[in-house]
Design a protein around this ligand. Structure first.
Ligand SMILES: NC(=O)c1ccc[n+]([C@@H]2O[C@H](COP(=O)([O-])OP(=O)(O)OC[C@H]3O[C@@H](n4cnc5c(N)ncnc54)[C@H](O)[C@@H]3O)[C@@H](O)[C@H]2O)c1
Length: 304
């Protein structure tokens, strides 16, 4: 089996100062990557700024003989994203992979969701990905090589109550992934995504009660960042030549999400009535022969 290695590779990890992001940084550095630990050190709701998390992760990697540098800019701004990409270039002269992992959390019943929190969720997840990946894409395009990993979430893809803004932002990451994958293909750039689960600060903000009981703690102990980090390392590596993969990783299981479309019901004359939908709903939703298009053109070709 070929080792998944990062010798001479440079990887930028947003949200790399804590939790899953810090585990990605350590895993990548242990495999030879130089890592840009990009984290503004905000609280779980995206407030405040603390340079310590990014600096501590970078310092620990350097102390262990690895290569790392901290960027404490806010990834959700155009200047913050560019600053991190520029730092990779000035420190290491290249940028091979980006893990768009930064994020925050807020929970509320749907009708109570504050507009400012909804916007903050979009900013710290989606914009934080966009503002780093866009300048990185230009660098990767020139190099003819790049790996982008978007951190999405089962809470968005499959759903979780009370997380409207989070779910919308995390599922939006998959739209970004598709755009980068399709536009990056001819330049050797792949874009994939991960649906992780781990007992981090963010998870505990949602499951504070669980941490108070022995059963809860036992459950949380089964969700570890080191069960996710190797999967992200694979997706960020040269070994992974697939694109638009969405892998779910937690508790030692790695599985793939399939975003497909059923074969469906096809009207004989091209016209469809509401009654046709009601009559043929079983056929429309039958998942036998599920097709998994890689673009809008693929889906249209099924009907050609
Ligand atoms: N923990 C889970 O079970 C889980 C599940 C699904 C998805 N995720 C996703 O994984 C990612 C990491 O989550 P975590 O659980 O490690 O959370 P965490 O709170 O431990 O870490 C998130 C980090 O992102 C940083 N950050 C936030 N906004 C930023 C910004 N604008 N610029 C730079 N840094 C910023 C924070 O300072 C923090 O250090 C998030 O995107 C989260 O949505 C986590």
């Amino acid at each position: 089996m070929n080792r998944v290695a990062f010798a001479d590779r440079v990887v930028l990890v947003t949200g790399g100062g804590r939790g899953l992001g810090a585990a990605y940084c350590r895993e990548l550095a242990s495999r030879g990557a130089a890592v840009v630990v990009h984290d503004n050190g905000s609280d779980t709701e995206g407030r405040g700024h603390d340079p310590a998390p990014a600096r501590n992760v970078a310092a620990a990697i350097v102390d262990g003989g690895g290569r790392a540098v901290a960027c404490v800019a806010d990834a959700s701004t155009e200047s913050g994203g560019r600053e991190a990409v520029d730092l990779a270039l000035s420190e290491y002269g290249r940028l091979d992979a980006v893990i768009a992992n930064a994020g925050i959390i807020h929970d509320d019943s749907f009708e109570e969701w504050p507009t400012d929190r909804f916007e903050a969720l979009l900013r710290h997840h989606l914009l934080a990905a966009f503002h780093v990946v866009r300048p990185a894409f230009a660098v990767m395009k020139d190099a003819g090589y790049g790996r982008v990993v978007f951190v999405s979430s089962a809470a968005g893809v499959f759903g979780q109550p009370r997380l409207a803004g989070y779910a919308a932002a995390k599922t939006g990451m998959l739209g970004l992934m598709n755009a980068v994958a399709l536009e990056g293909a001819e330049f050797g750039i792949t874009a994939n995504a991960i649906l992780p689960m781990a007992a981090t600060r963010m998870a505990l903000a949602l499951m504070a009660d669980a941490a108070d009981t022995a059963d809860g703690r036992e459950f949380l102990d089964t969700l570890r960042v080191d069960q996710v980090a190797p999967v992200v390392a694979y997706l960020a590596s040269e070994s992974c030549d697939r694109t638009q993969l969405v892998l779910s990783a937690f508790r030692g299981r790695v599985a793939a999400l399939q975003i497909g479309v059923t074969r469906g019901w096809i009207s004989e004359n091209g016209m469809v009535s509401a009654e046709d939908v009601a009559t043929h709903l079983d056929e429309i939703t039958d998942t036998d022969d599920l097709m998994v298009p890689s673009s809008i053109f693929d889906e249209m070709a099924y009907l050609a």
